[in-house]
Design a protein around this ligand. Structure first.
Ligand SMILES: Nc1ncnc2c1ncn2[C@@H]1O[C@H](COP(=O)(O)OP(=O)(O)OP(=O)(O)O)[C@@H](O)[C@H]1O
Length: 300
């Protein structure tokens, strides 16, 4: 892979250990300006470690990380960076508006506080102390704070975990709006639906290794199976995973098998992810089977 020094983020041959744990194993990744990249992987895959290296919080044991062409441990490289870590410690006695004003005060051209609060549905909570906010409200504020300085690059570690459906949708809109204005986003998520809804490019990581790095469409197409759903003559809804749905339906018709309410769709990102991570685990363990636990589209 050719690494360009002018990319938003470049990670070249990066290895990071924590004692005996190899969190990242010779990882190379490039994120161009204006890209929206979803970083997927099961628990402990190395996603947060990667973000902590890109944000300059940690140093790689080997390899190089660059943010806008600079070492992210240099504070000047981080002036154009926004970050929402998995957990954000908000000062409990400060009001929402005060926290936004405080963070905004560190930037030359911050988003006006009213505009930011409105964008994240926080206007009515502006006078509330952050300690009294619900988990979902705190999360929305944490993501809002990452955008207050009009960053060029934003790293979001599981931005919508703990949010209800409307909170998640509002946050997706805010992320899309930021991206549409030219911003670069690297986000991790356990919600595959979220990555499928937002990302143009997907990087799948497991056990510190990049298993796939491709467009969303290309990752989806790795799972060649089609899902055919139909209701049979007894009124029972049945589902078939088949490589060629046209041939499958043709065979049903030729055989005179009665069916109704036919639905055919391609693979979801969840299926593609399961296949990719399953393959990686098989290679690592030399086994023939590996499972991925899924729960309502969330990977844990
Ligand atoms: N400070 C640390 N000390 C020791 N081990 C660590 C430390 N930070 C991370 N690790 C280990 O490194 C590996 C990668 O962790 P990381 O947090 O990057 O995974 P992740 O993909 O973000 O997982 P999750 O989806 O659970 O957040 C894990 O085995 C983790 O236990």
């Amino acid at each position: 892979m050719t690494i360009s020094s002018t990319s938003a983020v470049t990670v070249t041959g990066v290895t990071r250990r924590f004692g005996p744990v190899l969190a990242l194993d010779d990882v190379t990744l490039e994120v161009g300006h204006g890209e929206l990249v979803g970083l997927l992987g099961p628990n402990g895959a190395g996603k947060s470690t990667l973000l902590s290296l890109v944000s300059g919080q940690r140093r790689p044991d080997a390899g190089q990380v660059r943010l806008d062409g600079r070492d992210p441990r240099d504070p000047r490289a981080r002036t154009a960076l926004g970050l929402t870590p998995q957990e954000t410690g908000l000062p409990a006695t400060l009001r929402v508006r005060e926290v936004v004003d405080f963070v905004a005060g560190h930037y030359p051209e911050p988003v006006p506080t009213d505009e930011l609060l409105d964008q994240f549905g926080l206007t009515d909570l502006g006078r509330r102390q952050t300690g009294s906010l619900s988990g979902g409200q705190k999360r929305r504020l944490a993501v809002a704070l990452s955008l207050v300085g009009r960053p060029r690059v934003v790293l979001l570690d599981e931005p919508t975990t703990g949010l209800d459906v409307s909170g998640r949708t509002a946050l997706w809109d805010a992320i899309r709006q930021y991206h549409a204005s030219g911003g670069t986003v690297l986000l991790t998520s356990h919600y595959l639906e979220e990555v499928q809804a937002l990302a143009e490019r997907v990087v799948v990581i497991d056990r510190g290794n990049v298993l796939a790095d491709d467009s969303l469409q290309a990752v989806l197409s790795r799972v060649g199976m089609r899902r055919v759903q139909l209701t049979d003559a007894e009124g029972v809804r049945r589902e078939h995973l088949v490589p060629d749905s046209d041939a499958f339906v043709r065979d049903l018709v030729t055989a005179g098998t009665p069916f109704r309410d036919l639905e055919i769709r391609g693979a979801t990102l969840e299926e593609a992810f399961g296949e990719l991570v399953g393959q990686g685990a098989e290679q690592a363990a030399g086994t023939t089977h590996a499972g991925v636990t899924t729960n309502e589209g969330a990977l844990r």
